[in-house]
Design a protein around this ligand. Structure first.
Ligand code: HEM
Ligand SMILES: *[C@@H]1O[C@H](CO)[C@@H](O)[C@H](O)[C@H]1NC(C)=O
Ligand SMILES: *[C@@H]1O[C@H](CO)[C@@H](O)[C@H](O)[C@H]1NC(C)=O
Length: 338
């Protein structure tokens, strides 16, 4: 009895060590770790979060879409190699970086806002605040500005020194995935189906280029031109915005991902899905697939619950594979390694 108990305890002990060690394989950092915590810069750079907030405030005042850009930037950073600002690194002649993958270039935006915040931070506390933390703070501030949803951001992320273009293909879900593929993709990051559906609510702000969904309008499959899970009236509207892809023109216009409240982060996105007005295949499939349909309905009818879940899931996404302590570095300029 005593032996089996101590065996149980030592196993539990090992499990805790493995599941929260600050290694790149860990899904979650130790909650008690002083290396990754809320208020990380309290002593070393007390104005850090304020400076980022101010920079985001100015950027979004000039261009509302920047909030969406900054939120997406955090997602694209965290899903590839963890939240280590690898998405910000520029390609070099020897190394095509994440930033130049078609999922990021040309549509990902907000790089210059991160650079601006970083320059301001380097002026007051040099080599102290990581680019990865700036991205995490900026996403939180963008969420607050557009949706009034607030959460504390654990910080202490270190910046990575590696960024590889092919890793984007391996980690980020493309916009034609079905629900099972989306669930599997998020599960690899330790995120549940419900968290995947909850985080997809980020598509209640921002835009998509026509190229990300125009097959749904003109070339759905070999028998159907138009995606039957798309409201015909909404499809007609989208066609006025997006020319047929067969028309060889370089133009790639954009549409709002949520046409009811395009600049407000809210649960109206889910109401759009109920009306078959999701823009991306990956949006509408959340409602038309039995495995996630109920989650969409629940988020559509209960905004308060969705907001709470969204904040929680953002903290979780922001904790993916973080580098901490002596790992990585604090970049001086966010687009290049030191
Ligand atoms: C579930 C899988 C997801 C897929 C397949 C996906 C895919 C996409 C695509 C294709 C676009 C439009 C890009 C373009 O053509 O311009 C987009 C935009 C966006 N995504 Fe996602 N996304 C997903 C999840 C997320 C998550 C989890 C977040 C954040 C938590 C997010 C935030 C955004 C935002 C804010 C935009 C608008 C960006 C802008 O206006 O600049 N997405 N997404
Ligand atoms: C085309 O899509 C429809 C609706 O999803 C489906 O019923 C049909 O089987 C598909 N056809 C082919 C050839 O894949
Ligand atoms: C291609 O698109 C342009 C501009 O949208 C339009 O004027 C032109 O008629 C289109 N050509 C074809 C063949 O559809």
């Amino acid at each position: 009895m005593a032996a089996s108990m101590s065996l149980g305890i030592s196993w539990a002990f090992i499990l805790v060590l493995v599941s929260c060690a600050a290694s790149s394989a860990a899904r979650k950092p130790c909650p008690t770790s002083s290396k990754f915590k809320v208020g990380f810069y309290r002593n070393t750079c007390p104005a850090a979060e304020y400076i980022v907030k101010q920079t985001v405030h100015e950027a979004v005042a000039k261009n509302k879409g920047m909030a969406a850009g900054l939120l997406r930037l955090h997602f694209h950073d965290c899903f590839v190699r963890g939240c280590d600002a690898s998405v910000l690194l520029k390609s070099t002649p020897q190394n095509p970086a994440e930033r130049d993958h078609p999922a990021n270039n040309p549509s990902l935006r907000g790089f210059e806002i991160i650079d601006q915040a970083k320059a301001r931070l380097e002026a007051v506390c040099p080599k102290t605040v990581s680019c990865a933390d700036i991205v995490a703070f900026a996403a939180r501030d963008s969420i607050y500005k557009t949706g009034g949803i607030y959460y504390d951001v654990p910080a202490g992320r270190r910046d990575g020194r590696v960024s590889l273009l092919p890793e984007v293909t391996q980690n980020l879900p493309p916009p034609n995935f079905n629900a099972q593929q989306l669930i599997a993709n998020f599960a690899r990051k330790g995120l549940s189906a419900d968290e995947m559906v909850t985080l997809s609510g980020a598509h209640s702000i921002g835009i998509s280029h026509c190229s990300s969904f125009s097959r749904r309008l003109y070339a759905f499959n070999t028998t159907l031109a138009q995606d039957p899970s798309l409201d015909p009236a909404f499809a007609s509207f989208l066609k006025t915005q997006c020319p047929p892809p067969s028309n060889v023109t370089r133009a790639d216009p954009t549409v709002s991902l949520d046409s009811i409240t395009p600049d407000t982060l809210d649960n109206k996105y889910y109401l759009q899905l109920l009306k078959l007005r999701g823009v991306l295949v990956t949006d509408e499939t959340l409602y038309t697939s039995p495995s996630t349909s109920r989650m969409v309905v629940s988020n559509a009818v209960n905004g308060a619950a969705w907001r709470a879940k969204f904040a929680k899931a953002m903290v979780k996404m922001g904790s993916l594979d973080v580098l901490s302590g002596a790992q990585g570095e604090i970049r001086k300029v966010c687009s290049v390694v030191n």
